[in-house]
Design a protein around this ligand. Structure first.
Ligand code: FPP
Length: 252
């Protein structure tokens, strides 16, 4: 179905996912299938990022979280890491003003101590240029690991206990959530993974406990707003029970 028809279908529904998260996968395979260097796949993947941001705004999504670089990705050849960081800077320089004008507030989340200073400067820049955007919150996860996020949260709580500021019994889901990079935002309603891999790859391990999963076979550079709208229409058909039984009211 074409995108305008899918969008009309989404708008008829009152259950748009508030938070969509995406594991963008398949850039390398996209490039290899065209006899291009892997970096060409990442460059094409950057265009798909623009598509899903615009599509998310059109659909009424409030938060979009994109997994752009994992802590494990630091083990890739340095030429690919440099290319990815270069693309991130290029993206920031090219898009920051347009994103601000669209009302997109950008957060770059992850262990940025590993990122070089010129990239960190660009990250600070896009955060400050887009502060206050109230149409869409965009989280770009860079140097991110779900397990590390949880470990750091536990460490910070343990430190507060050791200083006598907290007692162990005070640790709750809310207290832990507040210490994650995603503090203050709702858990993802929908997680899309492209390229047909059936894994969560260390992504938002805590936050996706009850997230609906959508695995699509499209490689990330080919992912279009129609694909996003399709995933949202499919989400509308899901029966989210959060461990309860059909028809039972969801409270608390
Ligand atoms: C996974 O494909 C993708 C990545 C590791 C990087 C994602 C980067 C982009 C979409 C482009 C730049 C992003 C921004 C935010 C400007 P892969 O390389 O693992 O693909 P493969 O599994 O086919 O090898």
């Amino acid at each position: 179905m074409e995108s305008s028809k899918l969008l009309a279908k989404i708008r008829l529904h009152d259950k748009v996912p508030r938070h969509v998260a995406i594991i963008m996968d398949g850039n390398g395979r996209w490039a290899e299938s065209r006899n291009l260097p892997r970096t060409a796949g990442h460059r094409a993947g950057m265009e798909a990022v623009t598509e899903v941001i615009e599509g998310s705004i059109e659909a009424g999504v409030e938060v979009l979280t994109l997994f752009a670089f994992s802590t494990e990705n630091w083990q890739r050849p340095s030429i690919e890491i440099d290319a990815l960081m270069g693309l991130l800077r290029l993206y920031i320089n090219k898009e920051k003003v347009r994103l601000r004008n669209m009302g997109v507030e950008v957060y770059i989340l992850g262990d940025l101590t590993k990122v070089n200073s010129i990239t960190r400067k660009a990250i600070k820049d896009i955060a400050s240029v887009t502060t206050g955007g109230d149409t869409l919150r965009l989280n770009l996860m860079i140097s991110y690991s779900g397990r590390n996020d949880l470990l750091e949260a536990c460490r910070s709580f343990a430190e507060e206990v050791s200083k006598g500021e907290m007692v162990p019994a005070e640790l709750s889901e809310e207290i832990l959530s507040e210490r994650l990079y995603t503090a203050g935002i709702p858990d993802p309603d929908l997680l899309i993974r492209t390229s047909g891999e059936f894994r969560v790859s260390n992504f938002m391990l805590w936050q996706i406990a009850y997230t609906e999963l959508s695995i699509v076979f499209t490689l990330w550079p080919d992912f279009s707003r129609e694909d996003l709208f399709d995933a949202i229409c499919d989400y509308h058909l899901r029966d989210r029970r959060f461990g309860r039984i059909v028809g039972q009211e969801i409270s608390g």
